[in-house]
Design a protein around this ligand. Structure first.
Ligand SMILES: [Zn+2]
Length: 172
């Protein structure tokens, strides 16, 4: 796996571009602020507003585990559970839920991510629904109802409305 990722910023005023390279870990957890490295002003026009583009690595088990056990680490961008709600992360998510002493908050996010996978593969808006994937995740959620109940407050109502009726939940 490569270990060099690009962060680029584009000046909102003149369009001039600047780039830096960061490691996979730095890219995954957004540990580097390009404006601190390059300086807060555009080299050409001195403006201070930029659009920033991040190249994002896939998270392997080690990165995901580090995230799950370190309260200081955040994943790229806005909604961590949406980023994690991806089939390519499913095995690692289940592995971490079962074998890693992870933080409560991160466990809740992982449970939320599993619910989002079920949601995404249930709703009609998704034209490429994967029934097998959905069934598999439902089975995995049913094995972890206790953890799901702990995560209840984290999960958005519109997700619950679609996902919970498909689970083996005794009572609300
Ligand atoms: Zn500029």
């Amino acid at each position: 796996m490569k270990d060099s990722y690009t962060i680029e910023r584009e000046c909102s005023n003149c369009g001039s571009k600047e780039q830096i390279s960061v490691s996979r870990r730095e890219a995954a957890f957004e540990l580097v602020d390009i404006n601190e490295v390059v300086g807060k002003n555009c080299k050409k026009c001195s403006a201070t507003k930029f659009i920033i583009y991040y190249q994002t690595p896939d998270l392997d088990f080690e990165l995901l585990k580090e995230w799950a056990t370190n309260p200081e680490l955040y994943l790229m961008g806005q909604d961590e559970e949406l980023l994690l709600a991806d089939e390519k992360y499913l095995d690692n998510i289940l592995n971490i839920l079962d074998n890693v002493a992870l933080l409560d908050h991160k466990r809740n996010l992982l449970m939320d991510a599993l619910c989002v996978i079920v949601y995404d593969n249930t709703i009609d808006d998704n034209k490429q629904k994967d029934e097998n994937l959905k069934e598999r995740v439902i089975k995995e959620l049913n094995k972890r109802i206790y953890q799901l109940k702990q995560a209840d407050d984290w999960i958005m109502d519109y997700i619950k409305e679609v996902v919970y009726p498909q689970l083996e939940l005794k009572e609300k």
